[in-house]
Design a protein around this ligand. Structure first.
Ligand SMILES: [Zn+2]
Ligand SMILES: [Zn+2]
Length: 271
């Protein structure tokens, strides 16, 4: 099997995002107001993550994040309200750097990059050949793929937005057939398809069957990238493929047309 093996680790080429420029994630203590100049998006606010209610474990919080992001992408009114947060710091009770906080989703949608293809944003993106990209978003219980095989590891853990590239991998087509999945549908899935959580990366020991590759492929060590909590967009969005794992704005999951709308009442209130 030749799964999508990429030898380029470009993660080191990109500067850390969200440093000094533009609206920032902020934190406030539960029961306290948002930090000065920031808008609260924590529980009880109009921008709370409804899926995070009762999410206590890390696993539950990871599930709540991808579920929320994909849900939000399909809510025109909520997107318009979020766009009105543009230019503001957003504050939540989650620790800064907490990669399951929905604050980053809102920040990216409120402040989408001027260049929709830019490598900037608070999530990470990954391009996979077809149909691997789509197979990664099938829940494991339905026979979906949970492991992405790469010849390079990454230290990054957190949300990854999944892009189905232009190229088709015949090994993926065969794998989809073996798994009893609708092969032609999955092969068709090109563009931004959804999100999943990257929770572990380890050197292959011949583990993680049936999707994990053996230890070595073409003289290179194989790493298993373990994904959980896949969520698929109802309508995929258009984009452009790229090499490696790179910073990506959550706004790529939202249709361009929706990003142009701003809720006027909120816009006034926030100025
Ligand atoms: Zn939070
Ligand atoms: Zn493994």
């Amino acid at each position: 099997m030749t799964m999508a093996l990429t030898t380029h680790d470009q993660t080191g080429l990109w500067a850390p995002t969200g440093t000094n420029v533009g609206p920032q994630p902020r934190m406030h203590r539960p029961g306290h107001p948002a930090a000065l100049g920031a808008v609260s998006v924590s529980d009880g606010s109009d921008f709370a993550n409804p899926f995070a209610v009762g999410a206590h474990t890390e696993d539950e919080r990871q599930a709540a994040l991808t579920e929320y992001a994909i849900w939000l992408a399909g809510q025109p009114h909520q997107i318009a309200a979020t766009r009105a947060l543009g230019g503001h710091d957003l504050s939540c009770t989650c620790a800064l750097g907490e990669n399951t906080c929905h604050r980053n989703v809102l920040l990216d949608i409120a402040n989408p990059p001027h260049n929709a293809f830019a490598a900037e944003g608070l999530a990470m993106g990954l391009t996979l050949r077809r149909p691997w990209a789509s197979l990664l978003l099938v829940p494991e219980t339905l026979g979906g793929k949970t492991i992405e095989n790469r010849t390079w590891p990454t230290d990054y853990r957190g949300p990854v937005l999944i892009y189905g590239g232009t190229r088709i991998d015949n090994a993926g087509v065969a794998a989809a057939k073996r798994a009893g999945l609708d092969t032609s549908w999955h092969v068709d899935q090109q563009g931004w398809l959804g999100a999943a959580m990257l929770v572990d990366v380890h050197r292959s020991r011949g583990c993680c069957r049936p999707w994990g590759q053996p230890k070595v492929r073409e003289n290179a060590p194989v790493y298993h990238w373990v994904f959980t909590h896949p969520q698929r967009l109802a309508d995929r969005t258009w984009g452009r493929g790229f090499v490696g794992l790179r910073p990506t704005s959550w706004s790529v999951l939202v249709r361009r047309r929706l990003l142009k709308t701003v809720a006027t009442s909120q816009k006034g209130a926030n100025r």
